[in-house]
Write a protein that binds this ligand. Structure first.
Ligand SMILES: [Zn+2]
Length: 249
């Protein structure tokens, strides 16, 4: 394990521009089960029925029952040592940006400055009709009888600024991620199995341009043999160890 960690630290130290791609796995130690795992939200809700723009139109109450569950779970969670290590690595100058597929907001909450939320977040809410914005604390104060949450101005349904199934990645996030991927010479994959397009393509782009890939994941993933160094270790243990090694050499 020490040899692999040293190899990972060497790879990281040699890089000029490092980006990290994170997914559900990094938030599991914070108490947010992977939506797709047993016990995750998709074991209780059907994503097409609660997390698509079609569903928001057709079944706004079901969508909001799901959203309220998710919001309460995110609100109860705190960043874990993996999030904190990424903050430290950014501060030390070893990390250009975090590109995350997570909508829980934990990277920003931990203190990471340059975070690209590929699938949006649950901090901003707006009316699907008139686009009026609503604060997140108002969403958290909702009770079951308030659902679905409707706009006070036009009575259309309010939605979070996340990317529902079938919706496009926000142009700004897409452009920023593409620019980073074209500049980066190291992509670090953390807690994502690489099954969700188009975010999963980012490490391949970096590799294709002559860069390196470090993968930190438990068990086998869709990335197969892509990584130059692979750590089959919990991110909340090896990211702080790597930050420590990079800080002291
Ligand atoms: Zn409205």
């Amino acid at each position: 394990m020490n040899t692999q960690l040293s190899q990972a630290a060497e790879l990281w130290r040699a890089a000029q521009c490092t980006i990290v791609l994170t997914g559900a796995g990094i938030s599991v130690p914070s108490g947010i089960p992977d939506f797709r795992s047993p016990g995750g939200l998709w074991s209780r809700f059907d994503p097409n029925q609660v997390a698509s723009s079609w569903a928001l139109d057709q079944h706004p109450r079901a969508v909001w029952e799901f959203l309220l569950d998710a919001l309460r779970m995110f609100n109860a969670a705190s960043p874990n040592p993996a999030h904190t290590a990424l903050v430290q690595l950014e501060q030390l100058g070893f990390l250009e940006a975090v590109i995350t597929q997570n909508i829980d907001g934990l990277h920003s909450q931990a203190g990471s400055r340059n975070v690209i939320e590929f699938h949006g977040n649950c901090r901003r809410f707006y009316c699907n009709g008139c686009r009026r914005e609503y604060p997140a604390n108002q969403a958290l104060a909702l009770t079951e009888s308030d659902l679905p949450w409707l706009c006070g101005l036009c009575t259309r349904v309010i939605r979070p600024s996340l990317v529902f199934f079938g919706e496009a990645i926000p142009r700004k996030a897409m452009t920023a991620a593409q620019q980073l991927a074209s500049r980066a010479d190291l992509a670090v994959i953390v807690g994502t199995s690489g099954d969700v397009a188009p975010a999963n393509a980012i490490p391949y782009q970096v590799k294709h341009m002559g860069g390196r890939v470090l993968e930190i994941n438990l068990g086998p993933t869709s990335y197969g043999n892509l990584a130059d160094v692979r750590l089959d270790l919990p991110a909340q243990e090896c990211l702080p160890a790597l930050a420590d090694m990079l800080n002291h050499h």
